[in-house]
Design a protein around this ligand. Structure first.
Ligand code: CS2
Ligand code: MN
Length: 356
């Protein structure tokens, strides 16, 4: 297991690499280049510069999150083939810089969605929360509501230039149902897999968050059944998953340790996001401290499932709360993710010693 920490780059992240280096057990930065639009090529020099900066701080960048998939690929527009060529060239460039895993998602239009970016918990800390009632209504109303709650930060995929065009984006998806999205996903995977094998880069799709349809848009990475369909597109360790415990657990029907056992057991999950959430009824939830007793997920069982199925990939804490007065990028502050790592390390050591 190698522990990582997501970082948005020196221009975009208030956390210095030197601090990340001081969190016990962290060897990896999960990084990305954020200013290149989906569909375009990541130039070799840009990746080299990022890796050099991370390595100078004594860390590595084996995992990139995300190389985003363009709407053209998801919708199946003619320019998808050019975007796929760029994706393949990006895989080659990443491989030249030592990258082993690409985390990505296949959600139409939006990445993860919360309705409150600064929900206060009883202990005074702040976290991200989701209230199903607040995603009812027109997309414009919902966007406005979420933006007003976003503490000045943007949710991924919520860049103003994209949102300005939200109506036409929705129109472009109007005939994309689950079947068509699945077909387009298969087309993409089958096109890039030979390059992944050649350049030794594993694809790891992140589950939809939350794992259900919103605004009438199809969602196809929600549960074990969906993962099996994706696995069958191309059965190879290079076509794998990021098992995000929080995202999957947002549907109480998902048995997260069982999903870990199944897909890690078949060597299809090179990357785990560890996060806890608390169900609050009616499909609502908020994120919580990582500790099992604070959320609906048993993190001991999560780590035990990973270890017992032979997990030797990368793991990172996913979102953390804002604590100790920090007002970080929502979900991506330093302190609570640091605490999460200390806890995950403790669980990992306890499970491994207990099984001897
Ligand atoms: C991440 C996702 O912040 C998060 O919740 O887990 O945004 C993840 O990076 C993407 O969905 C992967 O493309
Ligand atoms: Mn995640």
């Amino acid at each position: 297991m190698q522990m990582g920490f997501r970082w948005y780059g020196s221009d975009n992240d208030s956390i210095p690499l030197e601090y990340i280096r001081q969190i016990p057990g962290v060897s990896q930065v999960v990084g990305a280049i954020f200013d290149i639009p989906a569909g375009e090529l990541w130039p070799l020099e840009r990746i080299q510069a990022l890796v050099a900066e991370i390595e100078a701080a004594g860390l590595g960048m084996d995992v990139v999150e995300s190389v985003n998939i363009s709407d053209a690929i998801k919708i199946g527009l003619p320019e998808r083939d050019r975007h796929i060529e760029n994706y393949i060239a990006t895989i080659e460039n990443l491989s030249k810089c030592g990258v082993k895993v690409i985390c990505y998602n296949f959600m139409p239009i939006f990445d993860w969605i919360r309705t409150d970016m600064r929900y206060q918990l009883e202990d005074g800390s702040y976290c991200l929360a989701f209230d199903s009632k607040l995603v009812e209504g027109s997309v414009e109303e919902v966007l406005k509501r979420v933006e007003d709650n976003s503490n000045g930060y943007l949710l991924p995929g919520w860049e103003p230039e994209r949102l300005a065009d939200i109506k036409s984006l929705f129109e472009a998806y109007s005939d994309v149902d689950e079947k068509k999205l699945t077909d387009n996903f298969r087309y993409f995977i089958q096109a890039i897999m030979p390059a992944c094998e050649k350049f030794d880069v594993r694809m790891a799709v992140h589950p939809d968050d939350p794992p259900r349809s919103l605004f009438g848009l199809p969602r196809i990475v929600k549960n074990a059944e969906d993962l099996r369909v994706i696995e069958a597109f191309y059965d190879s360790p290079y076509n794998g998953f990021t098992l995000c415990t929080g995202s999957l657990a947002e549907n109480p029907e998902n048995d997260v340790p069982a999903i870990i056992r199944e897909f890690v057991g078949r060597d299809k999950a090179p990357f785990i996001h560890a996060r806890n959430i608390l169900h609050t009824g009616n499909g609502n939830f908020h994120e919580s401290a990582h500790l099992s007793s604070y959320g609906s997920l048993d993190m001991y069982e999560v780590i035990r499932a990973a270890q017992e199925s032979g997990f030797d990939g990368y793991i990172r804490p996913d979102h953390g709360r804002d604590i100790w007065g920090e007002q970080g990028r929502p979900g991506y502050g330093l302190y609570d993710r640091g605490l999460g790592i200390a806890y995950l390390n403790g669980l990992w050591e306890a499970v491994s010693k207990g099984s001897k």
